[in-house]
Design a protein around this ligand. Structure first.
Ligand code: ADP
Ligand code: GLC
Length: 502
């Protein structure tokens, strides 16, 4: 089974959120199942720098009028999966994030940038670039790869089967119709039955409309997106495609997010020996200039600071969140006006609220390990990974009952507490009051150390590894190309590294 896994973010080469973690963890687990996984990522500067064993595989003077293109063949650090970087310097060698410049403005030529990337994926998968490698399946992810299934379906020639995963329906890759001629697609595809969405080009709609199978990242979100409340205007099309849509819950990569061997922590700890978590908490308090005190509950928030994550509600409710004598550490970036509100709260409550704007992987690990409670509200949450990481680190999540949050956290009620199944706290509404009430419930339990420890142990014992989700994706691939397994040879190095890693 040969799979080309195309994504705009892959940890640790490029990351703005959970998509990067999934684009690393899932292919690694599929490689362990002997799938011949090849990753494809744009050649961002960070990716070219961090990728290992680089060599130039194919070189074009000019590709689609976008400039010179080189296909760089490399390995990902650590997992050592084979990866191709689509290195087109005029499009991708820029400072900033995959989608935005340093001032956080979307690159004005994003339609062109990702269309070119998608054509590279389509041609590679068809064996047009490398004589000896073609894909049985192309697995595309989110709007920046949405044109891949459309290109393969709308241009002549044999094609691999296509799987498109929706990680977030709200980011749609909408562009003005005037850009359509730059996309390299036939004119006929620009209509409401194709990839036109209310007069605009929609990359996301293209992925949904043209892929053979659709997945999203939790069972609850798979149901939610069929409704007007969560469907972002695409619910009609999604309903028509419902038979081809499945929700497969994301996994956590416990080689990276495991407190017993996490290299970023001052002390390691585990379910069997949790003592080291106390040292992580005091170290974190000191790092943020708080008085070191194990008794005081420490609430953490690690997130993109956006509407999705109810960051506006969090900003407004911060005084109440710490009202009961709690401390709060916030990490993340996003909408500037909300960052400013977080900054103002930190200034107003020195020694009680601390905010670090930006994102840093080692710091995220230290915060997850040192916290007691993860504040993780969301208006919608396709899956959510931070709550999975937090549970493994004994940091109990406070989540809103939506999407993957609902599928992964068991609310502490009298019933679940007595049965020993509780792993966190859940609320329904989207107001500050709803959230604060739930935080108060969490703080109430925190003051009952014996009960707290029970829920903490139950949360730490949860297993959301990638093994099971990877098996489900493999079954999906096999349903599309039943004949593929016998014909392909897995990449020996990736399979061996994967097996050695356990
Ligand atoms: P989402 O992808 O919607 O942001 P997830 O919970 O799936 O949410 O994934 C969050 C991942 O991104 C975690 O690994 C988290 O540590 C990381 N993360 C959180 N905030 C940021 C940020 N501002 N920039 C980059 N990564 C972040
Ligand atoms: C998106 C979603 C998040 C999900 C992640 C990985 O960014 O917002 O819920 O966990 O993708 O699938």
């Amino acid at each position: 089974m040969r799979v080309l896994f195309a994504s705009p973010e892959i940890y640790p080469l490029a990351k703005t959120g959970g998509l990067a973690d999934v684009s690393a963890g899932l292919p690694k687990s599929l490689a362990k199942l002997d799938v011949d996984m090849h990753l494809l990522l744009p050649g961002y500067p960070s990716a070219i720098e961090a990728a290992e064993n680089k060599s130039i595989e194919v070189e074009f003077g000019d590709f689609m009028g976008a400039g010179p293109l080189r296909l760089v063949s490399a390995r990902t650090p650590d997992a050592r999966l084979p990866i191709w970087l689509a290195d087109c310097p005029p499009l991708f060698r820029r400072p900033g994030s995959p989608y935005q410049d340093r001032d956080r403005q979307d690159w004005p030529d994003n339609a062109r940038r990702f269309a070119v990337f998608n054509h590279v994926a389509a041609r590679l998968s068809r064996g047009h670039f490398l004589g000896d490698w073609r894909a049985d399946i192309v697995h595309a992810n989110d709007w920046p790869t949405g044109l891949v299934p459309a290109i393969l379906a709308e241009t002549p020639g044999q094609r691999p089967a296509t799987v498109f995963t929706i990680h977030n329906l709200a980011y749609q890759g909408l562009f003005p119709p005037a850009l359509y001629p730059q996309l390299g697609l036939p004119d006929e595809a620009f209509n409401p039955d194709g990839l036109e969405f209310h007069g605009k080009i929609s990359f996301l709609k293209a992925g949904i409309r043209y892929s053979d199978r659709l997945t999203t990242v939790s069972p609850t979100y798979a149901r939610e997106i069929l409704t007007a409340d969560y469907g972002c205007g695409l619910e009609g099309l999604l309903q028509r495609r419902a038979r081809d849509l499945v929700g497969i819950l994301n996994g956590a990569d416990y080689e990276i997010w495991d407190p017993s061997r996490d290299v970023h922590l001052p002390n390691n700890f585990s379910l069997e020996d949790i003592a080291g978590k106390r040292a992580c908490k005091t170290a974190l308090q000191e790092e943020f200039g708080f008085e070191a005190n194990l008794e005081v509950p420490l609430i953490i928030f690690i997130s993109r600071i956006t509407d999705q994550k109810m960051a506006d509600v969090v900003a407004a409710a911060l005084p109440e969140v710490i009202g009961d004598g709690a401390l709060c550490v916030l990490l993340g970036d996003g909408e500037r006006h909300l960052e400013e509100q977080f900054e103002a709260a930190a200034l107003r409550y020195p020694g009680r609220i601390a905010f670090r704007v930006g994102y840093e992987e080692p710091l995220a690990h230290r915060i997850v390990a040192g916290g007691d409670i993860l504040l993780h509200p969301a208006r919608y949450e396709p899956c959510g990974l931070t709550q999975l990481y937090a549970m493994r680190y004994g940091t109990l999540p406070v989540v809103r009952s939506t999407g993957g949050l609902r599928d992964t956290v068991v609310d502490a009620t009298d019933d679940t507490l007595s049965r020993g199944t509780a792993t966190g706290f859940m609320f329904e509404g989207v107001t500050g009051d709803d959230m604060v009430r739930c935080v108060e419930r969490a703080l109430g339990l925190y003051r009952q150390p014996l009960d707290w420890r029970k829920v903490q142990r139950q949360a730490m014992a949860q297993h959301f590894g990638w093994e099971e989700p990877a098996r489900r994706y493999l079954a999906l691939y096999r349903s599309l190309v039943p004949q593929a397994d016998a014909a392909s040879k897995p990449d020996p190095e990736a399979a061996e590294v994967a097996r050695a890693a356990g």
